[in-house]
Structures are given as C-alpha cells and as structure tokens.
Design a protein around this ligand. Sequence first.
Ligand code: A3P
Length: 336
Amino acid sequence: MGTRIEDVSGGTKANDILLRDFTSKFRSGYKRVFPLGDSGKRSGKGYLLPDYFCDYEKQIREMEIRPDDVWVASYPKTGTTWTQEMVWCIGNDLDFEAAKSTILPLRFPFIDFSCLFDFETQPAEALNSSFYDFLKNSVNFTINMKSPRYIKTHLPYELLPEQMKSKNTKIIYVARNPKDTCVSYFHHARLIEGYRGSFEDFIELFLQDSVSYSPFWDHLVSYWEHREEANVLFLKYEEMKRDLPSVIRKVSKFLGKEQLNDKDMKTLCDHLSFDSMKTNSSVNYEFAVDKTQNLGLSQGEQRFMRKGKVNSWKEEISPDVAERFDAWIENNLNGL
Ligand code: A3P
C-alpha cells in the first residue's frame, strides 16, 4: 500500500514537548506516517513513529511471511508481554523450562524495536549484550528466525508486511483501556525510553496522539476492523484479568491446540500470574532496565512489571484530567 511520511517539527505544544523531552542520543526525532489509501478514513493524523522507522519500513513491508508465523500485535503498554508469554507457552505445549531459560525477546522478538532506538550506530558498549544481534537490527533478527516464528509488533495493521493480508497469518491483538495504558506508558517512557518530561506533559502528548504508535484509537480500530476474520483474535487486558482460563481456552482453539486439562490450566495460570511474571527474569525486562540505567537513558524508579491492575489510573490521574480523557474517548468513539 505504501506510505506518505512527514517530518515532525516544533511549533505546537505537543511537538515541542516531544522534541525537547523525548529525544536522546538513541532517538533523533519523529515522523508522521500516513498509510496510503487510508488517510482520512480515520483521524487522518498519521501514526507517530521515530525517524528510524524509515530505515526499516520497506524491509518490514516486503518481508516474507511463513504460514506458521504467529504475531502478537498491540499498542504499547496494553499487556503485550503477558499475551506473548501466554501465546508462546500454549504454542509450545507448556515448555516452561525453555520459557524460563531463554529471555522473551529472543523467543518472541519485537520486530519494530529498531524503529524505536538506534543501537546500530551508537557506542559499542550499548551493544555489549547477549542479545547483540537483536539490538543491532531487530528486523533482520526476526526475519532470520527458525520456524515457527513468534513475532511481536506495535505497528498498526496498515503498516504490517503486505503478505500478511494474503497469507492469513495468525494475529492476536490485545487492547487495554486508554487511561491505564497512558499511565503505564508514562512510567515505561521514563524507565526505558529516555522521556524526561512531566506526567502532565506526557498526558498532553498522549491526548494529542503524539507518542510513538499513536493515534491510540486509529491503532485499535485498524485491528478491530479485522476482528471477524478467522486469522485474527482480538483480546482485552481487562478480560485477561477477569477470566484468564477462558482467554487461554480461546487462544488454544485459535492456535489449533488441544484444550488443557485442569492441572495444566492451573500451572499455566500460575506461571502467567502477575506475581510470578514479576520475578521471572525471562519476561520481567530487568535486563533491559539495567541496560537503560547504565546508558543514562532511564529517569524512572518503577519496574517494568509495575502494578498489573485494572483502573489503577485512579491513583494517578486527577478527576479534572479524567474528565478530559472522557471527552477525548467520547470524541474518538463517536461513529464507531
Ligand atoms: P502497569 O504498568 O499498569 O503495571 P506491555 O507488556 O504491553 O508493555 O504492558 C505492560 C503492562 O502489563 C504493565 O502494566 C505490566 O505491569 C502489565 N503486566 C505484565 N504482566 C502482567 C501480568 N502477568 N498480569 C497483569 N498485568 C501484567
């Protein structure tokens, strides 16, 4: 389908915050990416992505898709890691030993990671890591994986590889309520992405569709429109919190796996519980947090596995701001 790409420059409040507080030696600036044939269909704003997206766009769009690929797609901070671990364990017949001994980014790489951070041209110490190849070029790393590939992406549906649409690749999308997503994204941005601004400014960015992968609603709708297709499964974080076994049953069926017996179901639910994932070094991203702290990129004091709750935004978003959010939600849901 192709894209039209515009530079993001200063001059609006959101862009000024973005360029002042959300760039670093690992991120030079941002673009607005307009999928062709789709602009105007939704907000018409174009997706905000770091500059490096341009270096990988063609390679991602043209990559070869394999029939047994499984993709987990999401807007950031909506429960991606939790969903990945669930999908990987079900897809690999509950091989907990392998799940614990190999970190998630190597089992289930984030293909567009290199669109977010420049680890390729940065000092060698940034790359001194057991997952050197992934950090250097997450797209090549993912393309060269052995089958069956499990792939994470935050890209919206329109920016996925072209072949996914004709090859009926399995895609599992996970969504979460935007207030919790925004609060989680703020802490993540400080912890891992080098964001130096205030919470108030981050909310401004979020509501102005000006953090990476926004607009939130365009992203969500881009997958929602495909939810009825046999190769697409649409999940919600809140549903996983409310009734994980029923989501596990849905995912097992979707992946063509036998349903788990009660004992295995309990073992998997225990493995996927927040407390267990929080202390599981294969999925809790402590290695990434340590790295960003060493590189001076981290301003945060929280951990990746932070709260894991529904509606914990109430502890951080004031009633006034919540009202702004509600107006934004209503405005965006209008007509859907
Ligand atoms: P909070 O910051 O609200 O705690 P992602 O993986 O897309 O980056 O999403 C991260 C969010 O999912 C974080 O939310 C994290 O704590 C939460 N999370 C991760 N594992 C979880 C689990 N097993 N149960 C519930 N929430 C989980």
